[in-house]
Structures are given as structure tokens and as C-alpha cells.
Design a protein around this ligand. Structure first.
Ligand SMILES: NC(=O)c1ccc[n+]([C@@H]2O[C@H](COP(=O)([O-])OP(=O)(O)OC[C@H]3O[C@@H](n4cnc5c(N)ncnc54)[C@H](OP(=O)(O)O)[C@@H]3O)[C@@H](O)[C@H]2O)c1
Length: 339
């Protein structure tokens, strides 16, 4: 008999999630049936969408999420013992799976668990970041929607996080001038000094309107929006004719009641005046092309063109802490929990 731990929603969040909103629960797992395997978590992901998704959850539901897990017992030849898999196994230490996408509760469009291929020696946790969902989000959201051209000016908000950091570096690879928006000077300096961004604005301390005017007096061609709200309204007001906006996320609104979202300045004037295009997307739209992003991001890492970092929290019991810290901006790069 295996004892598994899971983390459930204790009560609905009121603003920023609190430790007291969650409960850790133990459960005994039954013996495996034919076709099933038992996966033990190795790395777990904490992501902003979990905060947004919680609006659809009820107290008692297990927190949703993806993890890298090791197959420790198996009655399914596709998932041999000892292999590592990426699966939508939620906030659990142990999961029984039969490898089907459809069995996953609350998974939305999550794919079936897959065995991790050869990563050329890179950490397995990268499959939750640059070689996983955030990496393909950055790749397709920038290249397919913004279509950046050499010499153009690209601005990315949430720039020092899992998605934003990759977006900025891909834009540099494509020959663009890149400006990141983030919430601390330490993160901003990292973007410029380590990752090669051309400049940054600190949305907490800078006058963003003035700073963007200084950093991009020529105007902005592409905006990759991770945050929404006033930050985005200000960026859009600096865009040049025929600019493109990729709407990836709206983290500045996630702690608000869905029925009472933040009120922000009107962007329509800038949209029609400069004939801008704005398109929202969800990562799963590109699920049939996920291998392309995986291959290209891996190649850029191996060539030294794409640098990648993680903020790692140790211990399953610290999942909640890692989640709250990520939402509060304590992470540089991808927020990961290591068992
Ligand atoms: N469309 C899709 O399919 C898709 C897929 C993945 C992610 N996303 C979205 O992409 C965005 C980034 O996700 P991620 O995984 O890369 O997370 P992340 O950037 O690694 O972590 C979240 C970051 O958001 C920033 N933040 C928090 N509150 C903020 C606020 N009120 N205003 C501005 N920034 C704030 C914090 O950085 P600072 O210190 O800079 O404030 C924090 O570190 C999220 O909106 C997420 O929902 C969308």
C-alpha cells in the first residue's frame, strides 16, 4: 500500500492566496490494475494559471498542475519502471495513471503523460519550463503572433519570469531590440547583464510612460503581454503603426474577483489610430507543433543562445509557499518545487 500526499483547496482565495487556504491530505492508493502505472513526483510546477483556474474550483478539489515523475511500478508497457514522465498529475506526491489524457480531472486540454526523451544532459525540470509549456508558449506566442522582424522593438512584460525571459531572448535571437518590464531592479539588471536585453523598466518604481519614451523613442513594434492592466495600456500607447500585440496572460488581474476586474485606461484609440493587431492565445492551440518548440529551444540552449534559470523550492510541503512566492514576484525564471 502506498501513502500519497495531495494538496487541496481548503477555501476559496480572497485576493492573494494564503497558506491557510490549502490543506495537505494523505490517502492510501489501491494496488495497480492492468494498464496502470504508479508515478512518484520528482519536480512539480507552480504557475500563475493555477491562481486563475482556482476560480472554477470547489473546496476539496486537488490543486491542478503538471509534474515530472518517476515510474516506480508499472503494469503498462508504454511506461516502464525507471523512466521519467511529464504528466498532469496535479499537486500529488504519487499518482496512479493509465496514460490517458481523458482520465485527468480538471485538465482542460492537458495531453497524456509522455516519457521524457533524451535531454542531452539538461535537468529533467526543464520539461516544466523552457522545454515544456512555458517554453512553447513563449516560442509560438512571440513568433506566430508578433512575427518580429530584425531591427524591430519588442517589449515583454513579466519579463523575468518563466515565459517572459524566453520571449525576450528569442526576440534577441531574431535581431530585435528588446525591453523587459519587471518588478525589481535586481531582476531588470539580470535581464540586461546576463540575458542581453537592451533595457528594462521597473513597473513598481519607474514612471513607465517616461521610461518607455527614453528606452524606445522610435516606438514599439511588438508587445508580448503577460500582465495586462495599466502596464499594458501604457505600453500600447507607445506602439508604432501596424504593431502586433500577443496577449498571453493577465496576472495583474488574477487576485481580483472575476466579477470585479480592475478598471484600466482605454486602449481602443491607440488600436485604431496606429492600426494595431491584438491576439490572445492559449498554449494548447499549438499542441500539434509542440515538438517544434521543444527542438528549437533545446538547440538554442545547446548553442548557448538561450539561457535558462529556475527558482527551486525544496519539499512537497512547501508547494503552497512556492506558489505564493511566485505570485508575489519572488521567482527569477521558472518556479519549480523539488521533492
Ligand atoms: N496563454 C497561455 O497559454 C499561457 C501559458 C503560460 C503562461 N501564461 C501566462 O503568462 C504569464 C507569465 O507566466 P509565467 O509562468 O511565466 O509566470 P512568471 O512570470 O514566472 O511568474 C509570475 C510573475 O508575474 C509577475 N507579477 C505578479 N503580479 C504582478 C502584477 N500585478 N503586475 C505585473 N507583474 C506581476 C511577478 O514578477 P515581477 O517581479 O516582475 O512583478 C512574478 O514573478 C501569466 O500571466 C500566465 O498566466 C499564459
Amino acid at each position: 500500500m502506498v501513502t500519497s500526499k495531495k494538496i487541496i483547496l481548503g477555501k476559496h482565495f480572497d485576493g492573494m492566496p494564503q497558506e491557510s487556504d490549502f490543506k495537505i491530505v494523505e490517502e492510501q492508493l489501491p494496488p495497480l490494475k492492468d494498464g496502470e502505472f504508479l508515478a512518484e513526483a520528482v519536480f512539480l510546477s507552480v504557475d500563475p494559471y493555477m491562481r486563475a483556474y482556482a476560480h472554477n474550483m470547489n473546496p476539496g478539489d486537488v490543486m491542478v498542475g503538471t509534474q515530472v515523475a518517476k515510474v516506480v511500478e508499472s503494469k503498462n508497457n508504454n511506461y516502464p519502471v525507471g523512466e521519467h514522465v511529464v504528466g498532469k498529475f496535479d499537486w500529488r506526491t504519487h499518482t496512479i495513471s493509465s496514460g490517458l489524457a481523458s482520465e485527468v480531472a480538471g485538465a482542460g486540454n492537458a495531453p497524456a503523460p509522455y516519457v521524457i526523451p533524451n535531454l542531452s544532459g539538461l535537468p529533467l525540470s526543464y520539461c516544466l519550463g523552457v522545454l515544456g509549456m512555458p517554453g512553447s508558449t513563449a516560442y509560438f506566442g512571440l513568433l506566430d503572433i508578433c512575427e518580429p522582424k530584425p531591427g524591430e522593438v519588442v517589449v515583454v512584460s513579466g519579463a523575468a519570469g518563466a515565459v517572459g525571459m524566453i520571449v525576450g531572448q528569442i526576440a534577441k535571437i531574431k535581431g530585435c531590440k528588446v525591453i523587459g518590464i519587471t518588478g525589481s531592479d535586481e531582476k531588470g539588471r539580470h535581464l540586461v547583464d546576463v540575458l542581453g536585453f537592451d533595457g528594462y523598466a521597473n513597473y513598481k518604481t519607474d514612471n513607465l510612460d517616461q521610461k518607455l519614451g527614453e528606452l524606445a523613442p522610435e516606438g514599439i513594434d511588438c508587445y508580448f503581454d503577460n500582465v495586462a492592466g495599466e502596464i499594458s495600456t501604457t505600453v500600447i500607447s507607445h506602439m508604432r503603426e501596424f504593431g502586433r500585440i500577443s496577449v498571453c496572460g493577465s496576472i495583474s488581474s488574477y487576485n481580483h474577483d472575476v466579477k470585479d476586474p480592475p478598471k484600466v485606461g482605454v486602449v481602443q484609440f491607440y488600436m485604431y489610430e496606429n492600426q494595431l493587431i491584438m491576439k490572445g492565445f492559449q498554449n494548447y492551440l499549438y499542441k500539434d507543433r509542440a515538438a517544434e518548440a521543444f527542438r528549437q529551444n533545446l538547440e538554442w540552449i545547446k548553442e548557448g543562445k538561450l539561457k535558462y534559470m529556475e527558482t527551486v523550492t525544496e519539499g512537497f510541503d512547501n508547494m503552497v509557499k512556492a506558489f505564493i512566492e511566485m505570485l508575489s514576484g519572488k521567482n527569477l525564471g521558472k518556479a519549480i518545487v523539488k521533492m
